[in-house]
Design a protein around this ligand. Structure first.
Ligand SMILES: [Zn+2]
Ligand SMILES: [Zn+2]
Length: 765
């Protein structure tokens, strides 16, 4: 006889489960949200952070547990990303409450380290509300917002592991912290004006000019008087001044020794940002994102001083990162230049005493706070290209960037030389770290070494190998080779493409890669930068085509004197000597004639396929540019003038597996002489490159097209390619990993891991 099961009885039986969540589940208010859900359903048990993520033990009736499991995913804060849920049955206990537990643990960190997020609207509302006890307190945060990565000493994310551990909670904060209905229930970074960090303003000799709410109002007054403020933000100090005054912005440039690189502008709200730039919906989303990046936009305002972004159409804008930024914006009432506080080429200042001393001839006033920063981190920069958010600089809010790689042995990839950043695998997870800077100074090199040591401590691993670029003279190459560890190298342009393949989950596939940038060490000892590769299974590449090589004279000066690239390329493109007189009149200040003579006398020189220098050459001809102050400036200025409505283009065909730019350069030279507008020539040039790329890609119709290298930060060029490609699904554009050298380490790490996988496969067969 079959027995009918009474479901209502089963539903009343006790069930106990252990639920493990992996992903970005710490530092985002997940534990309080879980506890709130459990309490609302009458479920008992506990939740705790673990190095592998989050562990929940839940006990109740079968019915309660099933509702708990169902509601869990939708009850978590929106910033949570869950990569894995694992549920097992456990023995029931006699617990009568649901608690948030602390645990100390040993072993590998496999949960993601939380990133810094911008202050949320709720916290801002309290700061502006006269009746709220956090009225005018600019350093508050809650369970879902505030600093994380910049203040964690070690994982897991608990207050005693952060730099707030020295601030004991006052009674009111303690009350909020312990109350499940409060939005600061179990918020690890909870603070208020009574018990939390404080702000104060000083002059250049460290004399106090104001403290508490007065510090911000006095700082605002000083800015309106034309002063330059050094303010301690989330990841370090920033320099702020009136962005509407040419005189003041020029003064900042002089003092900072930053002659031309654009500055970002801080504004209080999205509505205000729209007064200074054209902003589409994807760009608005990027501005409002909790990661709070600087977004490169098309400028449309006369209010912003030209000196903020000389020669460029783009303007980098960001919204307030913290209450302090928001209050300053409100008190000044004008757009503010907001740039990392350092001398050009030196690392970011982040400590109170050092900032007071080292910035003494740059800033006039200092706005400090006493919440220590463990990990200095610059602001992130993104640009929307073909409707995708592309990271130009990976920094606060975006780093560390989790990388989806198979398990591998613990290792560090050290990146390149400029825009240095490191990537690592700790044996259970991989990530790309924040922008460090160019490694030309001792201080930047020290910051690099410190960061490698820091990630090993934070992610609890000891490298068993390192990966570096193939350039023998990069600081990072020599550094990696100087360790008593095995090391391997990865060709520069291959690493760019591998970063793109990693971004799109294509590492185990074949691909066609276009790797275009300024310079990278080529396998033949020449300077590469206009490469076409086919890639097999993420480990092997062949160079199937490249830009036609041109001679490279004078090392680094090529980068800062674009007229040299122009002369060298014209010399190869034009017959006779007639062009030399015109060139000499175009770049009057330069020694064109002796330079041509010298290059013609020298037979044996390095050759280069750098597309970056091709951009320089065209910019020099079209804009008459002689000298630039940073790599990529010429290309950015050329992009800025383009009038992209034109559908015309120049010839740029593949001859003997080389893109031959000579016919194009001849025509550009003629167009310039005929007085064709720079915007027209620039647009034609961009279109020719897009067509050239797609023509080569059409030879490999079954492969995805992966773009990598700094050239693809160029919105105009990349969007032309996206528009013209016949099968859009084939095109794999850059995204969260920077296409420039800031993403190099991610590509190096990906290749090293794929090589390890292949070795393992071979040893098994
Ligand atoms: Zn908040
Ligand atoms: Zn308090």
């Amino acid at each position: 006889m079959s027995q009918l099961i009474d479901m209502s009885v089963v539903a009343q039986e006790t069930a106990a489960v252990c639920i493990r969540l992996a992903g970005c589940v710490q530092g985002a208010g997940v534990r309080p949200a879980v506890a709130r859900l459990a309490n609302s359903l009458g479920v008992t048990g506990c939740v705790r952070n673990a190095l592998g993520g989050l562990v929940i033990e839940a006990q109740g009736t079968v019915d309660q547990i099933s509702r708990f499991r169902q509601s869990l995913p939708t009850s978590l804060p929106s910033s949570t990303t869950i990569t894995e849920i694992d549920v097992t049955t456990i023995d029931s206990t006699d617990r009568t409450t649901f608690d948030i537990e602390r645990t100390l643990f040993l072993g590998q960190v496999s949960t993601q380290v939380p990133r810094d997020t911008a202050v949320c609207d709720d916290c801002l509302r309290e700061m502006r509300d006269r009746r709220d006890r956090r009225y005018l307190y600019p350093l508050s945060s809650c369970a879902t917002c505030g600093p994380r990565y910049s203040l964690i000493r070690e994982m897991a994310f608990d207050r005693e592991h952060t730099t707030l551990s020295g601030f004991d909670l006052c009674d009111a904060c303690q009350q909020e912290y312990g109350s499940p209905s409060d939005r600061r229930y179990h918020a690890q970074t909870i603070t208020c004006s009574k018990c939390g960090p404080q702000t104060w303003l000083t002059d250049s000799v460290g004399r106090q000019l104001g403290a508490g709410p007065n510090a911000v109002t006095e700082a605002a007054r000083q800015i309106l008087e034309g002063k330059i403020l050094a303010m301690r933000g989330i990841g370090g100090y920033q320099l702020l001044c009136d962005a509407t005054s040419e005189v003041i912005v020029e003064r900042l440039r002089r003092r900072k020794a930053r002659l031309a690189k654009p500055f970002a502008v801080l504004v209080g709200t999205l509505a205000e940002a729209r007064r200074h730039a054209c902003i589409d919906s994807t760009e608005a989303e990027a501005l409002l994102d909790p990661s709070n990046p600087i977004v490169l936009l098309r400028a449309c305002s006369n209010d912003i001083a030209v000196a903020v972004h000389p020669g460029l159409e783009t303007l980098g804008i960001l919204l307030p990162s913290s209450g302090l930024h928001a209050r300053l914006c409100e008190s000044v009432g004008r757009p503010l230049v907001c740039t990392s506080a350092n001398r050009e080429g030196e690392p970011l200042e982040y400590e109170v005493q050092a900032a007071q001393t080292n910035l003494v001839d740059i800033a006039d006033v200092w706005l400090h706070h006493d919440r220590p920063i463990v990990r200095p981190i610059d602001d992130s920069v993104v640009r929307v290209i073909a409707d995708r958010r592309v990271t130009i600089r990976l920094g606060r809010g975006l780093a560390p960037l989790p990388l989806s790689l198979p398990l591998a042995k613990p290792q560090v990839a050290v990146g390149g030389h400029m825009k240095s950043a490191v990537a690592w695998h700790n044996g259970s997870q991989a990530a790309l770290g924040p922008h460090i800077g160019d490694l030309n100074t001792v201080a930047c090199r020290e910051r690099f070494e410190k960061q490698v040591a820091d990630v090993e401590a934070l992610y609890r691993f000891v490298s068993s190998t390192t990966v570096h670029d193939s350039h023998p003279d990069y600081f990072t190459t020599r550094w990696a080779q100087g360790l008593s560890l095995p090391s391997s190298r990865v060709q520069h342009h291959f690493a760019h493409i591998a970063a793109g393949m990693l971004e799109h989950g294509l590492l185990d596939r074949d691909a066609f890669g276009v790797s275009w940038d300024g310079t990278g060490f080529g396998d033949d000892g020449n300077i590469w930068g206009g490469e076409f590769f086919t890639i097999r299974s993420g480990t092997e590449y062949s160079r199937v085509a490249h830009l036609r090589p041109f001679p490279w004279f004078g090392g680094e000066t090529m980068v800062y004197q674009p007229w040299r690239s122009a002369v060298l390329m014209l010399n190869e493109s034009l017959v006779g000597d007639e062009w030399i007189d015109r060139a000499a009149s175009l770049w009057q200040e330069q020694t064109v004639v002796p330079f041509v003579r010298l290059t013609r006398r020298t037979e044996d020189c390095v050759r280069s396929t750098s597309v970056g220098r091709l951009f320089d050459a065209v910019a020099a001809i079209v804009l008459g540019l002689e000298v630039v102050h940073y790599e990529g400036q010429a290309a950015m200025m050329l992009e800025a003038v383009a009038s992209p409505t034109s559908q015309r283009h120049y010839p740029l065909s593949l001859v003997d597996r080389q893109l031959d730019w000579r016919p194009m350069l001849r025509q550009i030279w003629m167009d310039q002489e005929m007085g064709l507008l720079p915007g027209e020539i620039s647009a034609k040039f961009h279109r020719s490159l897009a067509i050239g790329i797609l023509n080569v890609a059409s030879l490999y119709p079954h492969f995805p097209i992966v773009l990598g290298g700094g050239v693809f930060q160029n919105k105009l060029l990349t969007e032309m390619i996206a528009e013209m490609v016949s099968d859009p699904k084939r095109l794999k554009l850059p995204g969260s990993i920077p296409p420039n050298d800031g993403g190099l380490a991610a590509g190096q790490l990906a290749i090293s891991v794929m090589r390890e996988q292949r070795r393992l496969r071979h040893s098994h067969t």
